[in-house]
Ligand binder design. Structure first.
Ligand code: SF4
Length: 182
């Protein structure tokens, strides 16, 4: 971020305001307090004292109007899908979405067996990062957040939004991790 001018006194650093805002945005993702099934337990654990995502500037918010990150943690039923869409529309722009776990990614173990489960939350909202697993551990979620932060930085500094979703590798997923994979 920026550069140092040798003519400036010690401790004075020049940078562009855009760069400063980009840095701040990347390090202050406020996520919506929202979970629909068992992956939510891992999300809660990630916010707890052992993993402590507050240290990454991630603060949970109880209203979508103060959140710019939605972490889909759990199964989304057809009945819930319109509520998810409404919450997403109420979030601040630019808003970001992480799909956490097999159910959110593709319907998971219910994709074939249940008439009521949506086969992937990306049917109703755009997803930036997919995290495989059933459930993904907190380490996997933090890994996904790190990838998302890189995308936020690129968006802020270059004004570009990479529309290709990113799949976090490294976790076994028996139920499919990507919408293209049933
Ligand atoms: S992916 Fe597994 S742990 Fe997560 S909501 Fe679905 S069944 Fe539960």
């Amino acid at each position: 971020m920026g550069g140092t001018d040798p003519d400036l006194p010690d401790g004075v650093h020049l940078t562009a305001v855009d760069d400063l805002f980009a840095w701040g945005k990347e390090h202050s993702l406020f996520y919506l307090l929202f979970a629909t099934a068992c992956c939510g337990i891992e999300l809660m654990q990630t916010g707890g004292p052992r993993y402590d995502v507050d240290r990454l500037g991630m603060i949970p918010r109880a209203t979508p109007r103060q959140a710019d990150l939605m972490i889909i943690a759990g199964t989304i039923t057809h009945k819930m899908a319109s509520r998810v869409r409404t919450l997403w529309e109420q979030m601040t722009e630019p808003r970001w979405v992480v799909s956490m776990g097999a159910c959110a990614n593709s319907g998971g173990p219910f994709s074939k067996a249940s008439y009521s489960v949506l086969n992937g939350v990306d049917k109703v909202i755009p997803v930036d990062v997919y995290i495989p697993g059933c459930p993904p551990r907190p380490e996997a979620l933090i890994d996904g957040v790190m990838v998302l932060r890189e995308r936020v930085r690129r968006y802020r500094t270059l004004g570009l939004r990479d529309r290709d979703p990113q799949v976090i590798a490294g976790a076994d997923d028996d139920f499919g991790t990507h919408p293209g994979k049933a």
